[in-house]
Design a protein around this ligand. Structure first.
Ligand SMILES: [Zn+2]
Length: 259
């Protein structure tokens, strides 16, 4: 089942010699890739595998696949939990006891950098270990997000014996900007032993990353990627500064008064 899926995925890759959809633009569109969880929030944990670590490695592979296709890419975090805790020691980041890149900051960062596409990368879990396969989620009520989810899921279905339908969700804070083509990609189920093993390998993550990148290309063919016009950059930057100011103030915590 998987072998045929991989062959199918490889055939798709070979069949496509996708030139960048955005070749004519002076600045390539920016894809923000968000490795789910981080800091002390490890996400799901099964069979000794931490979700946040898989998410980060998969997000790095996705960033590489997208860059190879000519996109600019920004990762919302680029270090894992343990590294984050170590890096925060003795810095103002230590103010955030979780060392956690919080969701709100991620959204702001994405908006501020004027993301053309926002991809949050996660792994799923479920009570039934037999449930498996990558699945894409979009914010309920956003047609743009639904279309991106359909494009990505169509590519990811090669990794499954039968297609999944993308799911509308109200639960992902990061999908709350309907004007931004944003989706959450659950790469597979850590509760399925076979998929957990696969997700732990760089080769499988690379194949998933290529599939997601192809999905973005497919979407961009129909919807030429533009920075979202309705983002109020000055307003977002102000919020961003306020949030940072708060973190810095907390870092000095109680030390009282400076300037
Ligand atoms: Zn997650």
């Amino acid at each position: 089942m998987l072998a045929s899926a991989l062959v199918a995925a490889a055939a798709l890759t070979a069949a496509r010699t996708a030139g960048p959809v955005h070749a004519a633009r002076s600045l390539p569109p920016l894809v923000v890739v968000d490795p789910g969880h981080g800091g002390k929030d490890g996400g799901a944990m099964h069979g000794g595998v931490r979700e946040e670590a898989i998410n980060l490695e998969a997000a790095r592979a996705l960033a590489a696949a997208l860059k190879a296709r000519g996109y600019r890419v920004l990762l919302t975090r680029d270090i894992g939990c343990r590294e984050a805790v170590a890096a925060a020691a003795g810095t103002d980041m230590a103010a955030d006891r979780d060392c956690r890149v919080n969701l709100r900051d991620r959204v702001l960062r994405a908006a501020y950098r004027r993301a053309s596409v926002f991809l949050s990368v996660h792994c799923d879990h479920y009570v039934l270990p037999s449930v498996h396969g990558p699945r894409t989620y979009y914010g309920r009520g956003s047609e743009l997000q639904r279309e991106l989810a359909v494009s990505v899921q169509r590519q990811l279905d090669a990794f499954r014996d039968r297609p999944f339908r993308p799911m509308a969700s109200d639960h992902f804070v990061l999908l709350a900007q309907p004007q931004v083509p944003a989706v959450t990609v659950e790469l597979g189920f850590l509760t399925n032993p076979r998929e957990r093993r696969l997700l732990s390998t760089a080769a499988y993550r690379r194949q998933l990353a290529e599939a997601v990148a192809r999905g973005v290309d497919d979407f961009a063919r129909v919807h030429p990627l533009m920075p979202p016009p309705s983002v109020d950059v000055a307003g977002v930057e102000h919020l961003w500064q306020v949030a940072r100011g708060r973190a810095h103030a907390a870092a000095r915590g109680g030390a009282g008064g400076g300037a």
